[in-house]
Design a protein around this ligand. Structure first.
Ligand code: 9YT
Length: 131
């Protein structure tokens, strides 16, 4: 059994920052669960254009607010505490922070391996390591 506390991750190599987000990677590929599990903070007013071409991601909001726009349909959905979105179609999307910082719990399949940041398309590169 593993016990992971987010306060022990803050400021370590498992905390990764990008423009408009901070990701605390509580479980990575090397933790052997078959998915990675992150706490992500999206500051109020941030805007991220994302497209996880190589991953599926489920995101559950536990605090704050924001919106997600599905670029395929143009639809925008409110995100508040208790909202989950699942990018089951490798959906191109825009995530916007609202009036308060959003705290999101994210799971990636396949798992993120470490300190991935988005490429110019908003993707994380595929994991090409064997095992
Ligand atoms: C919600 C989202 O995709 N934000 C970008 C960061 C990502 N969730 C991560 O690496 O934790």
């Amino acid at each position: 059994m593993k016990i992971v506390r987010v306060q022990d991750i803050i400021g370590t190599e498992r905390e990764v920052h990008g423009p408009g987000w901070t990701s605390r990677r509580m479980l990575l590929k090397k933790d052997g669960m078959g998915f990675s599990f992150h706490e992500t903070i999206i500051p109020a007013g941030a805007e991220l254009n994302l497209w996880y071409k190589h991953h599926l991601e489920a995101v559950y909001c536990v605090a704050g607010n924001g919106t997600i726009t599905d670029k395929a349909t143009g639809e925008t959905h409110e995100i508040t505490d208790g909202t989950l979105y699942a990018l089951d179609q490798h959906d191109q999307h825009t995530l916007r922070g609202g009036t308060e910082d959003m705290r999101l719990i994210c799971a990636f399949n396949p798992p993120v391996t470490g300190r991935e940041v988005h490429d110019e398309d908003g993707a994380y590169l595929p994991d090409t390591s064997e095992d």
